[in-house]
Design a protein. Structure first.
Length: 327
């Protein structure tokens, strides 16, 4: 694979090259990982710093409808928008439906938009393990805005906040018990809560729900990266494209404030450190799953199964071998 040619084609705005590059970085094959690292290094500093917006929400809340109409509004303003949508993978077959381009029919035909669905595989956090690298490729390509859609609300969905500049949480009117298990954790990470479906018979309910969440946000501890009034809750209707302009203005206001206050660069530096640590952890786990390390894990695991070793003692034994560089 000619990495230099692939790099040049991406910089020349070749969409097929971008799609091929994302496929490359998502691959787990050792040779592909090597080529992916070379490509990302070759593209480092190229393109522009896009505005990275993470988006999550309960199943059926209208994430795809929101992203399509919000994306169309952004491209209508002259922005180039990339959508990285993560679909859940089956724990049995490992497969994913990857139907986001079908659901976003109009946006997928927009020349200023690019939609890439990816499987979550076994990675927790609502995003695929290599989504962060796909974001870097989209920035090198020259997109102004990258929308990162997670698989759906859960307590682990907050990982998307480690690869985005702003995190939007999309909720339905009168969410009720659907959010009991996630309210605290994910609300603490959200920069803007958008109560969707504020139209027709649900409009009044949406307004009341928005007021409830606005009150809940005031009870949370104020974050140093927020100006007065943030985080905030707003109502939108993705179906009727109402409130999207207002939401975009609020996003720009918060973005500019963070840039001026110095939080923008600091946040990205913290994210880089976070992902460095994640790569080291994953590398160590991969090392335990191959070669002599795999054999040692199998042997020690058998001792645990037979009751000759407790799990904690066995784990310390493996770590001791690692420290001695024997595996």
């Amino acid at each position: 694979m000619d990495i230099a040619e692939l790099r040049d084609r991406i910089l020349e705005k070749d969409r097929r090259a971008l799609a091929r590059a994302i496929t490359l970085v998502e691959s787990s094959r050792p040779d592909h990982r090597k080529h992916a690292s070379q490509l990302l290094e070759a593209l480092r500093g190229a393109g522009k710093q896009a505005l990275r917006i993470g988006l999550s929400g309960t199943p059926g809340v209208g994430k795809s409808t929101f992203i399509e109409n919000f994306g169309l509004m952004l491209t209508g303003k002259g922005n180039k928008v990339a959508v990285l949508a993560v679909d859940p993978s089956s724990v049995r077959s490992g497969g994913s439906i990857l139907g986001d381009k079908t659901r976003m029919e109009h946006l997928s035909r927009d020349n200023n938009a690019f939609i890439r669905p990816s499987p979550s595989q076994t990675h927790l956090g609502g995003v695929a393990r290599r989504t962060r690298e796909a974001v870097a490729l989209c920035e090198a390509f020259g997109f102004d805005i990258v929308l990162i859609e997670t698989v759906g609300v859960g307590q682990s969905e907050i990982v998307v906040a480690q690869m985005s500049d702003l995190f939007l949480l999309l909720l339905a009117p009168a969410g009720g018990d659907e959010l009991q298990g996630v309210k605290r954790g994910i609300m603490e990470m959200a920069d803007i809560i958008l109560v969707n479906k504020a139209d027709g018979d649900l409009e009044r309910t949406a307004i009341r729900t928005c007021a409830d969440y606005a009150g809940a946000l005031h009870l949370l501890r104020k974050r140093p990266q927020d100006p007065d009034g943030f985080p905030k809750a707003m109502t939108v209707s993705a179906l009727e494209a109402q409130g999207l302009e207002t939401a975009w203005e609020e996003i720009k206001t918060l973005t500019q404030w963070r840039r001026d206050a110095g939080h923008w660069n600091a946040h990205r530096q913290d994210q880089a450190e976070y992902w460095f640590q994640q790569e080291v952890r994953h590398g160590l786990l991969s090392r335990l799953e191959s070669g002599d390390a795999k054999d040692a894990m199998t042997q020690i695991g058998a001792q645990v199964s037979s009751g000759d070793l407790t799990p904690s003692v066995a784990a310390e034994k493996v770590l001791s071998l690692l420290r001695k560089c024997k595996i």
